[in-house]
Write a protein that binds this ligand. Structure first.
Ligand SMILES: *[C@@H]1O[C@H](CO)[C@@H](O)[C@H](O)[C@H]1NC(C)=O
Ligand SMILES: *[C@@H]1O[C@H](CO)[C@@H](O)[C@H](O)[C@H]1NC(C)=O
Ligand SMILES: *[C@@H]1O[C@H](CO)[C@@H](O)[C@H](O)[C@H]1NC(C)=O
Ligand SMILES: *[C@@H]1O[C@H](CO)[C@@H](O)[C@H](O)[C@H]1NC(C)=O
Ligand SMILES: *[C@@H]1O[C@H](CO)[C@@H](O)[C@H](O)[C@H]1NC(C)=O
Ligand SMILES: *[C@@H]1O[C@H](CO)[C@@H](O)[C@H](O)[C@H]1NC(C)=O
Ligand SMILES: *[C@@H]1O[C@H](CO)[C@@H](O)[C@H](O)[C@H]1NC(C)=O
Length: 913
């Protein structure tokens, strides 16, 4: 069978580059922002300036062509707008009034598009310069991250503000041309403790680098964009590039860590935006065209398969009950819905209906199918739906959504091909749900090609049909926090069962419980609250019941006890809705939806869960993904927000984990992600790193007083060509750092001990326990980064230094002895190795100081714990030049020492300065 994908242009609404101009750039103003027409003016001013800067910063290559500003339904005073139904955007700019007050981008990977750029209205409303410098610089900085997958080029955390090079501490910046002052605190007061030449101890975290505002450095926008003279991106460190633009791959920036030492331009040149390399004349007019769109209600058509196979396992009954649940509980008031049913031909069972009261809902539910018979012509259904949309309500299908559900193989290939083309041409979005594994594979490409989502419902498993159905109901673009969140769902086969959940003060009465059952049945439902004598009792005869916690109910632990007259299939959902930016939301996604082992290399799929309150990250949450195959739960995976691979940044509210082949024993996998935030432990962080501020504010953290729970489902993962015996290599270590330096005068010269710490990775990516470490050193950073096996190896004794289980802190102590002053630099990297000698990728690189003709010894620091070397020098009087090693340190060491005298030849070039 031929696949449709790539035949046509994708109809999805994401940023595109057309003829050097960015089109389909959407700026969505959230409902949380108070109505303010001047905000629109400010957006226009800012993005007009940003367009010009984008053009010059990219050497006259790209700029903003058309920008669409979407305003909320509720805004009334902005005129000259065009209406647009609620749409699903792919990558966009969001303006939100929430807890976060600084611009940031939700990133994915180096070189890949981010998810969205967040701007608070206060930033745009600022009269001239902001705390982050000129607004257009900040926009171009964030654009680099959103569009090209660049990362920031300042220090990612306080312990990475400086690094050792050429005998001193250097600030973490992209080019060495940036002038500034080093000192204590955020404004760099001069302080002895911050002397960068004091390489005999680690630099205190109190010390900062404050670039001068008046200077001539031109790069990098990804670093200190607030310096007025900085207007360009860094390029490769090569004589062909002017010195002011040369990338500094030694600095411990996020860009270097995640893009493997590449400069901004090296990443950009690989992006399709810059493939042609052609430039425009300097005088090109770069003013973007703006349009203001006002969001209106979503317009949807259910296109439902009623072919014979839908009677198997009561799929048609499931569809009917879940459809009724969606119509009654999930669809918004004021939205539009039509229903088309198809077999080998299609018919409309409900015309486009504007849902304004319960009576429309009732009629729509009555139009859902109850019986199934005949063949399958998916194309017939799609064609009929588009026809209907073209008459009602807007006379166009553009931006309307078709929700297609089918369980069978399509029998009219030509009709489906034609309908796909028609859908793409009319810009309708098709979301597809395959009911069972047998569904036509073209269901997937249909969704991909039209910018829709695809889900699969597996007859077996814990994931309920209504939970899957809810996933394809798009959230309002301007009101993303107002969708009810799923607290709990499950499908069970029982006569009676309990549902346990908490009702919190914040969610209160906006908690509903829906119970659906297969057979018409006599059911008793009892609601109890632990510790309180309140009990509600309800009985019904039928197949579904939805119950809303009444206003008079109290916060507490609830239990619903369901008893019925017979064993049957059930599914239930508990959902809750909080007001606006107080809503705790979970969205889940996969780094890819197909894992084909024939060409995937080492790139295992990653599952991400964003847990936020409004858009502020919620940290210290337990997140577990249960991977369901066709027949059973295959495994569970813990997602972490700790900055270790594959996680991009610590405490940003995005939890992530690899999905490993051991969980892939099925061709289609569904993931059920469960999120649990414990009271007194989970908290909301009110800052996320974006463009750096002239004076970085303190991060505020609010501990949550109530526990919460959320369930979410990402799109399914398709597995192809899974090999029988695949041994994955160990993961990459990403947090190598120098945690301590001790210096002592020796008989002939000096002796320095560097303690280098990291977090252990596993034997299969970051799972398990590696067998050994390959630790190497080189005078040249390129050798360590790109030619690791050519670097000098430390012969650590494997018997005494066994890597610890993944996630455990590890450390080595390197003692360097020399007769001369320490002015050279040596770079160090680590690779984890498994029992089959598979090697992981080279870790991030750290530098230490060495001297000409140094002798070096390496040993494990046993029982290393984080914070063991607390180097925060609180007072200048604490500084003693010759540190004497502490007793705790001495007892922690072993005797596995190897002398590397061979290094002498490698060190001859050291000692400039
Ligand atoms: C209204 O929009 C149209 C087209 O988008 C534009 O040509 C016209 O100038 C706008 N009018 C005002 C008053 O902004
Ligand atoms: C429901 O409760 C009523 C009253 O207690 C009882 O008579 C009936 O048997 C119960 N039905 C089921 C299915 O448990
Ligand atoms: C309940 O939901 C409504 C919107 O449906 C919202 O206005 C209200 O604030 C919510 N109540 C609470 C306690 O969050
Ligand atoms: C996850 O799987 C492990 C076995 O691999 C099991 O011991 C553990 O109980 C599971 N966790 C949950 C929450 O089901
Ligand atoms: C419910 O609340 C209790 C008491 O506050 C807490 O211990 C429990 O973890 C909570 N459970 C959930 C699922 O939120
Ligand atoms: C470095 O460590 C070694 C081995 O524990 C110890 O003998 C030496 O005194 C230490 N040197 C310094 C400068 O602390
Ligand atoms: C790696 O080492 C080889 C042999 O010394 C050399 O030819 C090559 O240029 C090096 N590659 C890089 C990226 O440094």
């Amino acid at each position: 069978m031929k696949y449709l994908s790539l035949l046509f242009l994708c109809g999805c609404l994401g940023i595109k580059l057309v003829d050097h101009k960015y089109e389909d750039v959407f700026i969505v103003i959230q409902k949380t922002v108070g109505e303010d027409p001047t905000l629109i003016q400010k957006i226009k001013e800012t993005f007009t300036l940003a367009s010009k800067l984008l053009f010059t910063a990219t050497n006259n290559r790209v700029y903003f062509g058309k920008i669409s500003i979407i305003i909320p339904k509720e805004w009334t005073t902005v005129t000259n707008t065009t209406s647009i139904p609620s749409i699903q955007l792919k990558n966009y700019i969001m303006i939100d009034e929430g807890k976060i007050k600084n611009p940031f981008v939700k990133s994915t990977e180096c070189g890949k598009e981010g998810i969205f750029l967040y701007l608070p209205p206060s930033f745009l409303m600022e009269k001239s310069d902001t705390a982050y410098g000129r607004k257009e610089k900040v926009i171009v900085h964030e654009w680099g991250q959103l569009r090209w997958g660049l990362f920031s080029e300042y220090h990612p955390s306080p312990d990475k503000k400086f690094y050792l090079d050429e005998g001193r501490w250097k600030p973490t910046v992209c080019t060495d041309q940036i002038q500034g002052q080093i000192g204590k605190g955020p404004v760099c007061l001069s302080a002895k403790v911050c002397d960068p030449t004091r390489s005999s101890v680690t630099m205190s975290e109190m010390c900062s680098f404050c670039p001068h505002l008046q200077q001539t450095a031109n790069a990098s926008i990804m670093g200190y964009q607030y310096i007025p003279s900085v207007n360009f991106f860094c390029d490769k460190d090569d004589p062909s590039v002017p010195a002011w633009q040369r990338h500094n791959k030694k600095a411990p920036t996020k860009q270097n860590l995640l893009c493997n030492g590449k400069s901004a331009w090296e990443v950009m040149r690989e992006h399709s935006d810059f493939r042609t390399g052609s430039t425009l004349p300097e005088q090109t007019k770069t003013e973007p065209i703006f349009e203001v769109l006002q969001e209106t209600s979503p317009i949807r058509v259910f296109v439902l398969d009623t072919s014979g196979s839908m009677s198997t396992d009561d799929r048609i009954g499931n569809l009917h009950r879940a459809g009724a649940y969606i119509i009654n509980r999930v669809l918004e008031e004021n939205s539009w819905l039509g229903v088309v049913c198809f077999t080998d031909h299609a018919r409309i069972t409900a015309d486009m209906t504007h849902i304004i009261s319960d009576s429309e809902k009732k009629n729509l539910v009555a139009s859902l199918p109850t019986s199934a018979d005949g063949g399958t012509c998916i194309g017939c259904g799609i064609h009929r739906a588009i026809e209907m949309l073209k008459t009602m309500p807007r006379k166009t299908a553009e931006n309307a959504e078709i929700i297609l559900m089918s369980d069978g193989e399509d029998q009219n290939n030509q009709m489906l091909t034609d309908a796909s083309r028609e859908a793409i041409e009319s810009k309708v979005v098709i979301h597809t749900v395959s009911i069972s594994q047998q569904a036509d594979p073209r269901m997937i490409s249909l969704a991909r090609d039209t910018g829709g989502k695809h889900y699969t419902y597996l007859d077996k498993g814990d994931i309920s049909f209504s939970a899957i159905f809810s996933q394809v109901i798009t959230i309002s673009a301007t009101d993303m926090t107002s969708k009810p969140e799923t607290v709990l769902f499950k499908s069970v086969d029982e006569q009676s069962f309990n549902i346990n959940f908490n009702v919190t003060l914040e969610t209160g009465m906006n908690t509903t419980i829906s119970v659906l059952t297969k057979l018409r049945n006599s059911v008793n439902l009892t609601l109890e609250i632990t510790g309180q004598s309140v009990m509600r009792y309800q009985s019904f005869y039928g197949t579904s019941l939805t119950y809303q916690i009444p206003e008079t109910f109290k916060a507490g632990q609830y239990q619903v006890i369901v008893t019925s007259s017979r064993v049957t299939s059930w599914e239930y959902t508990v959902s809750s809705l909080q007001s606006g930016s107080n809503q705790i939301m979970t969205t889940t996604r996969l780094s890819k939806t197909t894992m084909d082992f024939t060409n995937a290399g080492r790139d295992m799929p990653v599952v991400y869960a964003d847990v936020t309150k409004g858009f502020a990250p919620v940290t210290n949450v337990e997140v577990v993904a249960f991977v369901e195959g066709t027949d059973n739960v295959l495994c569970n995976i813990t997602l972490r927000d700790n900055g270790q691979e594959p996680d991009i940044a610590v405490d940003d509210g995005t939890y992530s984990a690899f999905i490993l082949p051991s969980c892939m024993a099925s061709k289609r996998l569904n993931l059920r992600v469960e999120v649990f935030g414990r009271e007194g432990q989970a908290g909301v962080q009110k800052k996320l790193t974006g463009a750096i501020a002239i004076e970085e504010p303190e991060v505020e953290y609010e501990v949550l007083k109530e526990s919460f729970q959320r369930f979410s489902i990402p799109e399914p993962l398709f597995v192809k060509n899974l090999p029988a015996d695949l041994d994955l290599p160990p993961g990459r270590i990403t947090d190598l750092s120098v945690v301590d330096i001790k210096t002592r005068k020796s008989q002939n010269g000096e002796s320095r001990n560097f303690t280098i710490a990291w977090t252990a990775t596993g034997n299969d990516m970051n799972v398990g326990q590696a067998t050994s470490y390959d630790i190497r050193i080189a005078e040249d950073i390129d050798t360590i980064m790109y030619n690791f096996t050519m670097a000098e190896k430390f012969s650590l004794n494997n018997d005494t230094f066994v890597p610890k289980p993944s996630g455990t802190p590890e450390a080595i102590r390197i003692s360097v002895n020399a007769d001369e002053s320490y002015t050279g630099t040596a770079f160090l990297g680590i690779v984890a190795v498994d029992k089959n000698n598979n090697t992981g990728q080279v870790s991030n690189v750290v530098s230490i100081l060495v001297a000409k003709g140094f002798r070096i010894e390496v040993e494990e620091v046993k029982n290393y714990t984080i914070g063991m070397f607390n180097n925060t020098v609180e007072d200048e009087t604490d500084i003693v030049d010759e540190h004497v090693s502490s007793s705790a340190f001495n007892t922690a060491l072993t005797n596995s020492i190897v002398l590397i005298s061979a290094c002498v030849h490698a060190c001859v070039h050291f000692g400039k300065m």
